[in-house]
Design a protein around this ligand. Sequence first.
Ligand code: FES
Length: 238
Amino acid sequence: MRVNISPMKISEGQLFETYLDSSVRIICPPELIPSPGQYTLAHARGSDSPLAVPVFFSDSAPNGFRSAPLLDSPWNPGAQLNLRGPLGRGFSIPIFARKVALIAFDESPARLRGLISIALKLDAEVVLVSDSALDDIPEAVEVQPIQAMLDIYQWADYAAFDVARENLNQLREKFGRMNQAKGPREAAVLSQSKGQILVRAPMPCGALAECGICALTIRHDWKMICKDGPVFEMKELQ
Ligand code: FES
């Protein structure tokens, strides 16, 4: 299933409520709601902060959506938000996927949560791999610790990762070490590029000012996570 890049919109929204995990529910027009992996830039009206905050989709919610946890969110319920989005490339689960792994390598799996319902609609088995808890997960979803990541990756026919830019090398090393330890057949399975990776980094301008803060080097080439990602094909990052 291909998630296309939607035409960007600018509009107003409202922070309706906050949750214990620092995620928020935002009320906004439907065309502002990002797909899983995409983001919308939000700036509170009247705020002193010059920087907008990238808000990722986590779950559907009435009249808007629930975000992934926000770090250092300065907003309180009722805050009026200027929204620009949806921005960037999101995840796309292939329609043939029957074994889907959702792997939050270093943080909350909330940015991957939106893929659960898509995968279940495809009748796929879903395994969530994370050391962080996620509330309200359907019973059909199996949860495994990050220690099981490589085994689950071997099992899956599609994997979606969530990783911080600074931890990408650590992820690559894990795959590299595993390849060395396994036999040639399993190493071949591990080297297959059968997934996508959401790379997290600060994205203050969302490509508007080309600030370069979200830059990522891929094979001696510069990519901007805010517009070339945040979701990349695994084969691009290997
Ligand atoms: S956030 Fe400014 S170029 Fe990406």
